[in-house]
Ligand binder design. Structure first.
Ligand code: CA
Length: 233
């Protein structure tokens, strides 16, 4: 069955446009114009496979909605794609505090939104299968053997660099803030700062050479492993 997307947007025209276009792409949709409506529809069975969530809503903010989704056992794992106006606090949105999976800045093209949706869905629906062999452009990784190749030449990575690389690869197409990487790669207890993440990403990029450009920097936010190897710069 096709994926079900909950669209939360109070601007009626935009809501209709999104609804129309996502249905045309084969998704089933549910629409909400307020935060409280969104919470109701997000908990209805079958659960949505993804929520497209506007940040500015009349009754409560998108960040509150996202936090509520994350704190409930029912909706905890439903991916959220946040719609923000440029300059809004993107690092909070995709960061720890709110926990969205990705964001798109308004104004955006339907195509851009649809690519992001596809990337998130692909990722969220493959989490059960722990991918041991990963290939991406010039990069090849054997997660169980802890080995990595670029253009068939083996690259020696430290355990930490390897974990950083595989974490980014497995979440490709999705923004990872420094805070999230610190928690998931280094673990909470480590006495490291967000600067550490930058240092290690830099070193990892140097080691994997040409494949280093697959790891994109989002200034002031974090990093994102590309969705596709050939994506334009
Ligand atoms: Ca709005």
């Amino acid at each position: 069955m096709s994926n079900l997307i909950l669209i939360v947007e109070d601007e009626r025209d935009l809501l209709d446009t999104l609804d129309y276009n996502l249905q045309r792409e084969g998704y089933r949709t549910r629409c909400a114009a307020t935060g409280s409506e969104a919470m109701t529809l997000a908990n209805e069975r079958p659960l949505p496979d993804l929520v497209v969530l506007d940040l500015m809503l009349p009754d409560m903010s998108g960040t509150e909605v996202c936090r509520s989704l994350r704190s409930s056992d029912v909706t905890r794992n439903v991916p959220v794609l946040m719609l923000t106006a440029k300059g809004e606090e993107i690092d909070r949105v995709v960061g720890f505090e709110v926990g969205a999976d990705d964001y798109v800045c308004k104004p955006f093209s339907v195509r851009e939104l649809s690519l992001r949706i596809r990337a998130i869905l692909r990722r969220s629906q493959s989490t059960d299968v722990e991918t041991e062999q990963m290939e991406f452009g010039r990069l090849r990784v054997d997660a169980s053997a802890h080995r990595c190749w670029v253009d068939d030449e083996e690259v020696q990575l430290t355990a930490l660099e390897f974990k950083l690389l595989t974490t980014l690869m497995r979440r490709r197409g999705r923004v990872q803030t420094r805070e999230v990487l610190l928690t998931d790669v280094w673990g909470f207890s480590a006495e490291v700062t967000t600067r550490t993440v930058d240092t290690h990403v830099k070193r990892l990029r140097q080691k994997i050479g040409e494949a280093g450009r697959y790891i994109e920097t989002l200034r002031g936010v974090g990093y994102r492993f590309r969705s596709e190897p050939s994506e334009a710069d």
